[in-house]
Design a protein around this ligand. Structure first.
Ligand SMILES: *[C@@H]1O[C@H](CO)[C@@H](O)[C@H](O)[C@H]1NC(C)=O
Ligand SMILES: *[C@@H]1O[C@H](CO)[C@@H](O)[C@H](O)[C@H]1NC(C)=O
Ligand SMILES: *[C@@H]1O[C@H](CO)[C@@H](O)[C@H](O)[C@H]1NC(C)=O
Ligand SMILES: *[C@@H]1O[C@H](CO)[C@@H](O)[C@H](O)[C@H]1NC(C)=O
Length: 232
């Protein structure tokens, strides 16, 4: 090899190693991501997270489940623990996470966009929390594995982001009881797998889109307590 090609080779090797370092995560990444969350939780009145300590395997921590094959955090379920706090951006490092259930707590504040890296996430449940003065983040539409999205009983405002209708595996979309406004977009008809659509108790207006009638898997539709008109 000439000097120039050696240089090019080293440069490529460097880039390759660099990208490896960037994408490489393991159980230690998961541990630091979970511990970072505890520093964003300001109140845990029943000490549910008392066992979140490096003396135990994180796979044994309350609310945490690991995948037996990868031995990585697969599910984080902190539902109904009366926790108060905000969501740490480091949760986006739980790279094989499939279920994230923070429902029925007092989480508030911005949902960090770092969570867009949760490419395996199938269940995202933020229902019954205290998210106010926030719009439903557009980036949620990039969580392409999502099957169940539950944002009910918060105070999300603004419009339904069109990106949500890109979630082709979505079976449950629950935004009941928020302050979501505007029309239900025609694009809702693209959610071919949708079984449950709940948008009741918002500030939606305009006509109910006819495309809803083409959702052949739909089993439950709840649109009451809005200012919608029309029928199909
Ligand atoms: C989890 O805890 C149980 C006992 O509570 C223990 O037997 C087991 O070895 C622990 N597993 C890990 C992976 O730490
Ligand atoms: C985890 O994520 C945060 C924010 O998204 C990032 O700054 C940090 O470097 C990551 N840490 C590890 C150990 O990957
Ligand atoms: C989300 O959490 C709420 C409250 O804990 C629960 O009732 C609901 O079934 C969950 N929804 C999904 C889609 O998991
Ligand atoms: C939906 O996905 C396509 C393909 O990835 C992308 O080009 C488009 O911008 C997305 N739409 C929205 C509203 O995000």
């Amino acid at each position: 090899m000439g000097k120039a090609s050696v240089l090019v080779f080293l440069l490529l090797l460097h880039c390759f190693m660099g990208s490896l370092a960037w994408t490489h995560t393991n159980i230690n990444t998961d541990i630091s991501a979970l511990l970072a969350l505890t520093s964003y939780i300001t109140s845990d009145p029943y000490d549910f997270l008392a066992d979140w300590s490096v003396s135990f395997s994180p796979c044994n921590w309350t609310g945490v489940r690991c995948d037996t094959y990868h031995r990585r955090v697969y599910s984080l379920n902190l539902g109904g623990m009366e926790l108060k706090g905000s969501i740490s951006p480091q949760l986006g490092n739980l790279s094989i996470l499939v279920e994230l259930d923070l429902s029925d707590n007092n989480f508030y504040g911005q949902i960090p966009e770092d969570l867009v890296r949760l490419r395996n996430l199938k269940l995202f449940n933020l229902s019954y929390n205290d998210f106010h003065d926030e719009q439903v983040p557009t980036w949620i539409g990039s969580l392409s594995s999502l099957v169940q999205l539950n944002l009910q009983n918060n105070n999300f405002n603004g419009f339904i982001p069109l990106s949500l209708f890109n979630l082709s595996s979505l079976e449950i979309l629950d935004c009941n009881f928020n302050f979501i406004e505007g029309a239900i977009p025609l694009e809702v008809g693209r959610l071919e797998q949708l079984k449950i659509l709940r948008l009741a108790g918002n500030k939606l207006s305009g006509n109910i889109p006819h495309t809803i009638s083409s959702l052949s898997s739909l089993e439950l539709l709840s649109l009451s307590y809005n200012s919608l008109s029309g029928m199909f």
